[in-house]
Design a protein around this ligand. Structure first.
Ligand SMILES: C[S@@+](CC[C@H](N)C(=O)[O-])C[C@H]1O[C@@H](n2cnc3c(N)ncnc32)[C@H](O)[C@@H]1O
Length: 388
């Protein structure tokens, strides 16, 4: 599908593209394109061509830049771009990873994840939904998957006036797909699991934590299907993996069997309650992982979210044995690195522990973060060691 009509944008809108951010908001679009959602040409008020963009008539984010050129944006265009993004992932030591990270990869509102021979994608704007046939054809030629599933059941599609749905496109993507990550095998759940079936963004952090984990007791709070726990179990004597989702934990237990690991205890519990109980019983752990869901879904919820982050981090710090390591993270976009670091410093002071900063991390390299586009950098990780 190539551009059919033109949007005229303000100097401020044009300046955003010039500054490397692909979004132009509703208030900076003077003349809306004639057509409904899709790919449009974009020009300034003097008629100067600025590029082609995905157009979303119902969203505050009206235009998302695809290219500054005038070339046809057809199946071949998508295929070429997706193949180029796949080539950048060469050498990743896993069979499940992200191939297209939307704005972070210059293909706004498109997520493409590989799970072994299958692909799970997300179309997150009305503009790209209109280009679905070409995007699907592009994925097919670039990646030749055995099956393609669209996990379009993401809440942000509501802002675009789009339905939430899971759409099998071709082939059969199974309910569980076995994948491998740094020598650990696990089952991802592309149809029903969180995100597109697994938390691919933490892959490099799991490897990092495994390298620093001590040989003793480990605690994985907010464990999902045990992605950190499995890596820890190769080093630690025992691992306690805690999550509120029984379904995720059941898959975790299967994952442990797949790897012949018998030293993980799976506990369905509220992580806050369990951490409090462990602290009351004076239990200690040599490695603690804290990977909670995004507590701050909106800007307004940041203060409340920070109270939650502080409580769970404070307890985790108190549970650390001397010399123990804590990997803690936040995937709340609204809690930026500075605010997260300040919360951790506050928790460390209250915990009475001395904590050395070992590493600051983000998402893995298959989730590129653009400094001009803060929205691409949501995941913050901090590795600490108790040195008291
Ligand atoms: C970001 S995910 C964890 C991902 C996991 N560490 C991985 O690498 O695959 C957050 C998890 O927290 C769980 N969860 C949410 N609230 C919880 C709570 N209060 N107590 C325990 N688990 C919770 C969710 O079920 C989800 O599996």
């Amino acid at each position: 599908m190539s551009a059919v009509s033109t949007a005229i944008v303000s100097a401020k809108g044009a300046a955003r593209w010039q500054a490397g951010h692909p979004w132009i908001y509703r208030t900076d679009v003077y003349d809306e394109p004639r057509d409904s959602a899709g790919i449009v040409s974009v020009a300034d008020r003097r008629g100067r061509h600025l590029g082609q963009a995905l157009y979303s008539p119902k969203s505050e984010i009206r235009l998302r830049l695809l290219t500054r050129g005038r070339e046809p944006i057809d199946a071949g265009w998508w295929g070429g771009r997706i193949a180029a993004r796949a080539a950048r992932r060469a050498g990743i030591a896993a069979t499940a990873y992200r191939i297209v990270h939307a704005e972070g990869d210059g293909l706004p509102s498109l997520v493409v994840d590989r799970y072994g021979p299958y692909v799970v994608a997300q179309l997150l704007s009305a503009g790209i939904e209109q280009a679905r046939a070409d995007v699907v054809a592009g994925i097919r030629t670039a990646l030749a998957p055995a099956g393609l599933l669209l996990r379009n059941d993401v809440a942000i599609r509501r802002h675009e006036g789009l339905p939430l749905e899971v759409v099998p496109v071709f082939g059969t993507v199974p309910d569980a797909v076995e994948v491998e990550e740094d020598g650990i095998r696990y089952l991802a759940a592309p149809r029903t699991g969180q995100k597109t079936g697994a938390f691919l963004d933490q892959r490099e952090n799991r490897a990092l934590v495994a390298r620093h984990a001590g040989p003793g007791r480990a605690l994985d709070l907010f464990a999902y299907h045990g992605s950190f726990a499995l890596h820890l179990a190769r080093r630690a004597t025992t691992v306690t993996a805690v999550d509120s989702s029984g379904e995720a934990l059941a898959r975790g237990a299967e994952n442990a069997s797949l790897n012949g690991l018998a030293n993980i205890t799976w506990r369905e519990a509220n992580a806050f309650d369990l951490a409090r109980e462990l602290e009351r019983r004076d239990e200690t752990f040599d490695t603690v992982v804290l990977d909670p869901p995004a507590f701050a879904k909106t800007k307004q919820s940041v203060p409340r979210a920070l109270a939650g982050y502080k409580e769970i981090n404070l307890r985790a710090m108190r549970l650390l044995s001397s010399g123990g390591v804590l990997f803690t993270c936040s995937c709340s976009y609204h809690v930026n690195r500075a605010v997260f670091a300040e919360m951790l410093a506050d928790a460390a002071r209250d915990s009475g522990r001395r904590l050395e900063l070992v590493a600051l991390t983000g998402a893995g390299r298959d989730h590129p973060e653009l400094v001009n586009v803060p929205e691409t950098g949501y995941l913050k990780g901090v590795l600490l060691r108790a040195v008291d």
